[in-house]
Design a binder for this molecule. Structure first.
Ligand code: F6R
Length: 598
């Protein structure tokens, strides 16, 4: 969601900040703004729309002497999208940018009788609150007093009139410091400053950083000393590198990610001991949102198929429900949290609930500086590199890959498969990169042309293909804005078939040999109602030539990763459709990359 950047150094702050802000565009936003210190005075400039709009406005001013500032991309929560509500906010002697949601801001406002407000935001109330505690000298104390009254989440970048330092503090939403010789950055995540430094410090809740020529961190007014960490992510990984869109780049990166995951989790035909052994537990709960939830369904599917017995079973929950459902917890329960960002509010709250119950928790997570990566008992890194496109592709891929390995490890540990069988399966994992490449090289444009003007597209499948169709359908709707739903193929005639009329696209996924005959019958039913049939199938499932108008065939591989090849095809089809519809593929409307509100 919102992105925060702060800079203090020797360079032109405006240029540095805008370049960093652009790296956070992927988080989703509808307005942006910047505040720079100019001759000890603070100048605030804001704009609705893209950062380009802000940049255009900034070109009217000479800000070349400014070396300190803060900036923000806002994804509206409290109040409409307009300049008043955009950040930075300036009240009294305080200017700030805020990411998060203050739950008691109405209560806070009652304490601020002497202030009038220009915006509808909770953030402007924080600004006034800090100002109300500020005596003109003691910035840390003013911040501390203010945050002690706030309920909710916040990451703040703060400037004070007449002072040339930059301050930051956070709770329940991330804020990191980028460290470089002669300059310090403040940002919502490290990708913002990767173009300048790879060294960083992650702030913990309610630690306040004061950035002057050097930086100091305080907790409860006492200095805190923290280790500087290093990331090997490069700016190139976070840039488009010649691809037209991040989404396309990230789909292509799945080739390399599958290699990285293989070498991380498999050593000489054995599972790395970093891969959690699920057999030690009796119940596994998988928890995630959106695509992360869809990926965890892959684990459940295989556990149900091969491992469930009277003493062992698996559940999958969307995180926003998990917290509000009754669960029985004991040492035999393992909760697995699946999250690319590691910051999704509902998933994080569920993780905290499980931690407080004292059960073992695992985070399958990509951003290793994230709160989930720091709070879960065990971490399984997704190794996907920075995912910039708001709609996940490589993130889902990596989550689903790791889920499949967790199940295979379980099957091996519980002797459902022997070493020989395991090695045979792992051979297919080794071949995955070349198979993904084959899927990428197919023609999706022709199919996209056939459906991009349609209003509704339906996905159907059976077995694991149902779960793939959840993700395929989600991908299409979020980036192309075409209405799309998915159904178990067997469910069609129990209702949804009423939606099929002449030329309604029906995309049938066919990777389950055991039920393929039945799915094919369902496809014929849709075809008989005029449906425009598109099949995406593994090459060993044969169909009659007349069944589908368009037929995408992916290489045959082991069932544990067959869905990944099907998904690459679904991703590319959605991509081409969205491109023909001239959608903003990397930044779909209304969506945000890291959903830090519940
Ligand atoms: C869809 C998508 C979302 C995320 C969901 C969870 O393309 O990206 O559905 O999967 O918001 O996000 P993370 O994995 O960061 O917890």
């Amino acid at each position: 969601m919102c992105g925060i950047v702060g800079y203090r150094g020797k360079k032109n702050a405006k240029d540095v900040i805008i370049s960093c802000l652009r790296m956070l565009e992927y988080r989703g936003y509808d307005s942006s703004g910047i505040a720079v210190i100019e001759n000890k005075k603070i100048r605030v400039i804001k704009s609705v729309g893209r950062i380009d709009e802000l940049d255009k406005k900034l070109s009217r001013y000479d800000l070349s002497s400014c070396t300190c500032g803060i900036a923000h991309t806002r994804w509206a929560t409290h109040g409409k999208v307009n300049e008043e509500n955009a950040h930075p906010h300036h009240v009294g002697r305080v200017t700030l940018v805020h990411n998060g949601v203050i739950e008691n801001y109405k209560e806070v406002e009652k304490k601020l009788k002497d202030y009038t407000f220009k915006s509808e935001t909770d953030s402007e109330r924080i600004c006034a609150l800090i100002d109300s505690f500020y005596d003109g000298n003691n910035e840390i104390e003013a911040i501390n007093n203010a945050i002690s009254l706030l309920k909710g989440s916040y990451a703040l970048g703060i400037l004070f009139d007449g002072n040339d330092k930059l301050y930051g503090v956070k709770k329940d939403t991330p804020l990191v410091l980028g460290i470089n010789t002669g300059e310090t950055f403040l940002a919502s995540d490290i990708s913002a400053f990767l173009g300048y430094t790879n060294e960083y410090i992650v702030l913990d809740d309610n630690e306040i950083v004061e950035i002057g020529d050097n930086f100091n961190i305080y907790y409860n007014n006492k200095p805190v000393y923290k280790t500087i960490e290093y990331t090997d992510y490069s700016i190139e990984e976070a840039m488009k590198n010649g691809y037209e869109h991040y989404m396309l780049k990230e789909i292509n990166e799945q080739i390399d990610i599958s290699r990285k995951l293989y070498s991380k989790y498999i050593h000489d035909g054995e599972f790395s001991d970093k891969l959690i052994d699920l057999s030690k537990y009796k119940r596994i709960d998988f928890i995630g949102c959106g695509s992360a939830y869809n990926a965890s369904l892959i684990a459940k599917y295989f556990i149900d198929k091969y491992c469930t017995n009277v003493n062992f079973y698996c559940n999958c929950y969307i995180a926003s429900e998990y917290r509000y459902t009754n669960h029985y917890f004991d040492k035999d329960v393992l909760a697995v949290f699946v999250s690319q960002s590691g910051e999704t509010a509902d998933t994080l709250a569920s993780l905290r609930m499980c931690n407080s119950e004292g059960i073992d928790t695992v985070a399958i997570v990509n951003v290793l500086t994230s709160t989930m990566a720091r709070e879960a008992k065990y971490v399984l890194p997704m190794l996907a590199g920075p995912e910039i496109c708001v709609a996940t592709t490589k993130g889902y891929f990596s989550q689903s890959y790791i889920c499949s390995l967790l199940v295979l490890n379980l099957m091996y540990k519980t002797k459902k498969i022997d070493k020989e069988k395991l090695l045979e399966i792992l051979e297919e994992y080794k071949k995955l990169p070349e198979n993904i490449e084959k899927v990428i090289n197919k023609d999706y444009k022709t199919v996209a042309k056939a459906i991009y003007k349609c209003e509704d597209v339906y996905y159907i499948g059976r077995g694991i293909d149902i779960y793939s169709s959840y993700e395929g359908s989600l991908k299409l709707k979020e980036i192309s804005y075409i209405h799309s739903e998915c159904f178990g193929a067997g469910e069609l005639k129990h209702g949804p078939i009423a939606l099929i009329s002449k030329d309604t696209p029906v995309i049938a996924l066919l990777s389950e040999f055991a039920v393929s005959e039945k799915t094919i019958s369902n496809i014929y039913e849709a075809k008989a109602r005029g449906g425009l049939i598109i099949t995406i199938r593994k090459e060993s499932i044969n169909i009659d030539k007349d069944l589908s108008k368009h037929d995408i065939v992916v290489p045959l591989t082991n069932e544990f990763i067959q869905n990944l090849l099907i998904m690459v095809a679904c991703q590319l089809l959605s991509y081409e459709v969205a491109k023909l519809r001239k959608c903003d593929i990397d930044k779909p409307r209304n969506l945000s990359k890291s959903v830090t509100v519940e």
